[in-house]
Ligand binder design. Structure first.
Ligand code: MN
Length: 202
């Protein structure tokens, strides 16, 4: 079974005005599709890899044949990262997290505002293309990765991640990455992130 781009769980325009319709179309239909197409190209060379989920391939990159390892790392990463990204946003999102994830953020960062500030500052500084992540490592931690590298490859389940490749924001925000980072919190789906927090702790 070839990998497929999951359908966007809302309309392309649903995250306006924070993420514009054109960016969503290109990002989902072109960029995500390209990662999936390239990942499937690697699987064609090694059909036995299709037994595994893309997440498991990223967790065990060293088991992936060397001739396609970089392709799987970049494009499997692109597929898994974006599949997460669409689900952790929603129309009418944002606000403050409640429940276990809200409590843990207060415990580890002092307040939700301090958490957002630290996430935005850390992620703004990621040089070039990459992602900002919230991971669980006995406590909540903010990390970044370059390119499409997934925290899964470092043994960490990503609770949330924001895409800071220019393709994620350039049409609307041009070079103003911090402005995009600040606006993005208005799209966040805390119910979904709360579920991912439970999964991360397992
Ligand atoms: Mn992207």
């Amino acid at each position: 079974m070839a990998f497929e781009v999951p359908p966007l769980p809302y309309d392309y325009s649903a995250l306006e005005p924070y993420i514009d319709t054109e960016t969503m179309k290109l990002h989902h239909d072109k960029h995500h599709q390209a990662y999936v197409t390239n990942l499937n190209g690697a699987i064609e060379k090694h059909p036995d890899l299709a037994k595994h989920s893309a997440e498991d391939l990223l967790r065990n990159l060293n088991s992936v044949p060397e001739d396609v390892r970089t392709v799987v790392r970049n494009n499997g990463g692109g597929h898994v990262n974006h599949s997460m990204f669409w689900t952790i946003m929603k129309p009418g999102g944002g606000g403050e997290p409640t429940g276990a994830i809200g409590d843990q953020i207060k415990k580890d960062f002092g307040s939700f505002e301090d958490f957002k500030k630290q996430f935005n500052e850390t992620t703004a500084k990621q040089f070039g293309s990459g992602w900002g992540w919230l991971i669980w490592d006995g406590k909540l931690k903010i990390v970044t990765t370059p390119n499409q590298d997934s925290p899964l490859s470092q043994g960490h389940f990503p609770i949330l991640g924001n895409d800071v490749w220019e393709h994620a924001y350039y049409l609307k925000y041009q070079n103003r990455r911090p402005e995009y980072l600040a606006a993005w919190w208005n799209t966040v789906n805390w119910a979904e992130i709360g579920k991912r927090f439970e999964q991360a702790k397992k």
